[in-house]
Structures are given as C-alpha cells and as structure tokens.
Design a protein around this ligand. Structure first.
Ligand code: ATP
Length: 235
C-alpha cells in the first residue's frame, strides 16, 4: 500500500480576488482518520471543496493515489473514490429519502454499500424511505447525507461539520456509528467544531488559521496550549 492516499501540496484557493487558502500542505494515509479544526472562516470548507472538485485550483496541488485531481470536476473526483458529507447536508427537497440515497450510487462504484447496507446502519431511514428528505429531523437528514456519501462506495470520505446544529444525543449516535461508517481500509477527514470529539476519533489533527496550516500533530499527544496557539494565534 502507498504511504499516502491523498497528498496536498502548496494549495492556494481563491474566491475571485480573495485568497482563502495559502500554501496548504496535508496528507492522508490509507485507513487513517484525520481531524480538521479551526475557527469560523479559517478555510476548512474551502479545503474540502477544493479536494472534491467544487473549487478550481492550480495543477498538481491535490494528488489522489498518486494522480493529480486538482482540475477534475466533482463527478470525476467522486468516481475516483472520494465522497463528501457537506455542511448543511444539501439534500434535494423534492426527492424522497431513497431517491436522495440513490444519487450517491450514480457514480457507479462497486463495494459494500447499497440501500440495504445503509438501512442496516440507520434503520430509521428504511421506515422513512418514501418521505421527502427535508421533512426529516436534522439528525435523520444528516444520516441521509452520510448514507448518500456511502452509496458512492468511497475510499476517502470527507465530513464537513459533522455535528453542526444537531442535538447532543444525535451527535452521540452518529459518533457511535462512525466505526461502521468508516469501514476497514477506508480513510476519512472530519471537520469538527468540538475539539475534544475531533481528537478522540482521529489519529492526527490539522488546524487551519486564516487559510494556513497552523498545526499538524498526532491527536493523542497534542497539548491544549498548542491547540489554543494554532486555533486563535495566541502566543
Ligand atoms: P466555517 O466554520 O464558518 O464554515 P470555514 O473554516 O469552513 O468556516 P470557509 O467557509 O472555508 O471557512 O471560508 C474561508 C474564507 O473564505 C472566509 O473568509 C470566507 O468568508 C471566505 N469565503 C467562503 N466562501 C466564499 C465565497 N463563496 N465567496 C467569497 N468568499 C468566501
């Protein structure tokens, strides 16, 4: 197996004239869970959008399994095996739960995930399969968003703000399901506001501050002081 599944080098990102990322260096190893933390506006979503082809970046900044994916469209990136659970879930309101899940399958990758497997993971979605997806509770909608990403049978799954806006009990359920979601051999990047949670589920953590990587560390040895410094820029 190669040492890294995803290699990001000198990644810049722009919205028009505004630069949101500056020379980001980051790598994901096969099978590892990486946490991405940082204050509001630090660039976490921009990083996720860059990786998944939703933002244009320069050539050779993002390599997946050794191949440059910087200029690929989102659907092409998904076909290579990257899937995102986006912030705010972004489900199709006019489609049912089942139809939203089937969108993930459109990339046509084979693997362990199909409708039955998603329903086994989140049985409530089977009960609600014919309901409009956005009529569900926030937690159930997050399950649909996770299920949709899994239906693409990704090797690398990106979670943007996995627990934002969800009740604590639901967050607990979703974290409890995480080992089943991120199966053997799969890698994950998790953007999480709750730093303690982020550290507890990940092997390494990156902190972004104003578009730059301000910390890269093993999650079990990083100190509170290092995190405060990297998060807020307090010396
Ligand atoms: P949050 O936790 O608030 O989602 P974030 O770390 O994900 O923050 P980004 O959403 O990546 O941060 O934003 C990084 C910077 O880019 C911010 O200064 C933000 O205002 C800016 N930005 C984000 N999206 C756009 C856009 N569509 N147009 C212009 N600027 C944007």
């Amino acid at each position: 197996m190669p040492d890294t599944i995803l290699q990001i080098s000198d990644l810049d990102a722009f919205y028009g004239d505004f630069q949101a990322l500056y020379g980001v260096e980051l790598d994901v190893k096969p099978g590892e869970i990486l946490a991405i933390i940082g204050a509001n506006g630090a660039g976490k979503t921009t990083l996720m959008r860059s990786i998944t082809g939703l933002l244009d970046n320069g050539a050779n900044q993002i390599k997946y399994r050794g191949k440059d994916i910087s200029s690929l469209r989102a659907d092409e990136v998904a076909m290579r095996g990257l899937a995102m659970v986006p912030e705010g879930r972004q489900l199709f309101p006019s489609l049912s739960v089942r139809e939203n899940l089937m969108i993930g399958a459109q990339v046509g990758r084979s693997g362990p995930w199909d409708l039955d497997a998603v329903y086994r993971l989140f049985p409530i979605l089977k009960d609600r399969k014919d309901q409009g997806a956005t009529s569900l509770s926030g937690g159930q909608q997050q399950m649909v968003a996770i299920g949709r990403a899994l239906m693409a049978n990704p090797d690398l799954i990106l979670f943007d703000e996995i627990s934002l806006g969800l009740a604590p009990i639901i967050i607990k359920d979703i974290y409890k399901a995480l080992p089943d979601i991120i199966g053997e051999g799969m890698s994950a990047m998790i953007v999480e506001q709750d730093i303690t949670k982020a550290l507890s589920v990940s092997s390494r953590v990156y902190c972004l501050q104003e578009g730059r990587v301000s910390l890269e560390s093993a999650s079990d040895t990083v100190s509170r002081e290092d995190i405060s410094r990297a998060y807020f820029g307090i010396e």
